[in-house]
Design a protein around this ligand. Structure first.
Ligand code: FMN
Length: 200
């Protein structure tokens, strides 16, 4: 990071922990490397997400930049995402298992909460990344069939997102078109998304 690297200037309408404002999704990554152990710590945070029946349906597949899994995962991203995510330290695919054996049952059934729970786990990962000095940027922009093939996605599993993780880098290292977009985004007010008593 240097003086030209954006930092968040978000202001909350109600008190929240700094981590919620400070986490954002930059595209400028330095060429930092992440160790397997550092990445495990982010996955550990995801591990502690809540889930229906404690089924823990989230599944992660990851590659560290330059390892043998890297090219297949990077190559499945949409070209736009490849332009910046290629400098990330790790790429983590977020998937979930769609079936589970409910308590007291012997056969697997559909888990109606698998996607919701995987979303919670990714958010935990992203917050832990921020708190540990990393940035995590989720992407839905990838070729699902190519990604499924790249990671050997098993039956009864679905893909949700790819996440680029890295150290925030210099704005100047981004293609010019992306530099203007490298700012923490605002949010709707809580009143636009939360309603006391119903949608009235
Ligand atoms: C499921 C999901 C998919 C996303 N897909 C992309 C993507 O393909 N490319 C990209 O540059 N950003 C992508 N984003 C980043 C969002 O645009 C970003 O999170 C949003 O604008 C809010 O900004 P913030 O994360 O900086 O707070 C995605 C985020 C999520 C959660």
């Amino acid at each position: 990071m240097n003086a030209n690297t954006p930092v968040h200037t978000r202001v909350a309408d109600h008190p929240v922990n700094e981590a919620f404002l400070g986490r954002w999704s930059p595209r400028a990554f330095s060429d930092a490397t992440i160790t397997e152990q550092e990445l495990q710590s982010l996955l550990e945070a995801a591990r502690w997400a809540p889930s229906a029946f404690n089924a823990q349906p989230w599944r992660f597949v990851y590659a560290l930049r330059g390892d043998e899994a890297w090219d297949g995962i990077l190559g499945a991203l949409m070209p736009f995402n490849q332009t910046w995510a290629q400098k990330a330290s790790a790429l983590v695919i977020v998937a979930s298992e769609t079936k589970f054996i409910a308590p007291g049952k012997t056969e697997a059934n559909d888990n109606g909460s698998h996607a919701f729970d995987a979303g919670a786990a990714w958010a935990y990962l992203a917050l832990q990344a921020h708190m540990a000095g990393w940035a995590a940027h989720a992407m839905a922009g990838f070729d699902k069939a190519a990604m499924a093939a790249a990671i050997a996605l098993p039956e009864n599993h679905v893909l949700h997102a790819a996440v680029a993780i890295g150290k925030q880098g210099n704005l100047a290292d981004l293609p010019e078109a992306l530099q203007a977009r490298e700012v923490p985004s605002p949010r709707h007010p809580v009143t636009a998304t939360a309603f006391h008593g119903g949608f009235k």
